[in-house]
Design a protein. Structure first.
Lengths: 135, 92
């Protein structure tokens, strides 16, 4: 189950809409071990592509180092699909490398609505989980 | 003195859960070979037949070694090598 504030949910959706038709990506950091997303970190999509995303390696280093220094971890890793459903693709699954993270997928394929779904991806297995938005 | 190597969560199965290990070598290549002796299987997660694996980021201190000399990047005692799996994916 992913529990997320309305504010953080809306920031992710706004980021995905702003970058459409390129895929948007980023992280929600939270205290290590808490499973609580608290801090929104939009990341640059170094691929700038409508079908692929990759964190810029230098930016990822700085963000991961800062999280480690502050005893945080990536609680949510999010990205958007701009023409397909908000479900992990084969590449999403094969590159999922943070076993403790919730993988949030957003789809901006429809102009008037945004799909927002969350998954655990561990050892190549995808499990969808319910999302609880806290106002 | 040795070289400190920071290990991401997903590779800690090779280090008995340790987030940091130590090694020696004068290049990254030698360092990874040294680590393999104590952490069998780790090198293969970092290196393939063509060199450093494409979706694994390796940093010497704070620089991505792709912008240095890759596997041939010289390393020395007191350096910190950090491994982070690339975060990537997409609809394709």
């Amino acid at each position: 189950m992913l529990t997320i504030s309305r504010e953080l949910h809306d920031k992710i959706v706004a980021h995905a809409r702003a970058d459409h038709p390129d895929e948007a990506c980023g992280v929600l950091a939270g205290p290590a071990g808490s499973d609580r997303p608290e801090r929104f970190i939009a990341m640059e999509n170094a691929e700038r592509s409508p079908t692929f995303y990759r964190f810029d390696s230098g930016e990822q280093f700085r963000v991961w180092t800062q999280m480690d220094d502050d005893d945080e971890e990536p609680v949510v890793i999010y990205h958007s699909h701009t023409a397909t459903q908000a479900y992990p693709s084969r590449t999403d699954i094969s590159y999922a490398s943070e076993p403790n993270a919730h993988y949030v997928l957003v789809s901006t394929r429809e102009p008037d609505s945004t799909e927002f779904r969350s998954y655990r991806i561990i050892d190549g297995a995808v499990t969808e989980e319910p999302v609880t938005i806290v106002e | 003195m040795a070289i400190e190597v920071r290990i991401p969560t997903i590779l800690r199965t090779y280090t008995d859960g340790a987030k940091q290990v130590e090694g020696t070598g004068s290049t990254l290549d030698e360092l990874f070979t040294d680590l393999e002796a104590r952490h069998g299987g780790l090198r293969e997660r970092l290196v393939d037949a063509k060199g450093l694996r494409r979706f694994v980021n390796v940093y010497l201190n704070d620089e991505d070694v792709r912008f240095l000399s890759g596997l041939e990047t010289p390393v020395k005692d007191g350096d910190t090598v950090t491994v982070l799996p690339a975060v990537a994916g997409g609809a394709r």
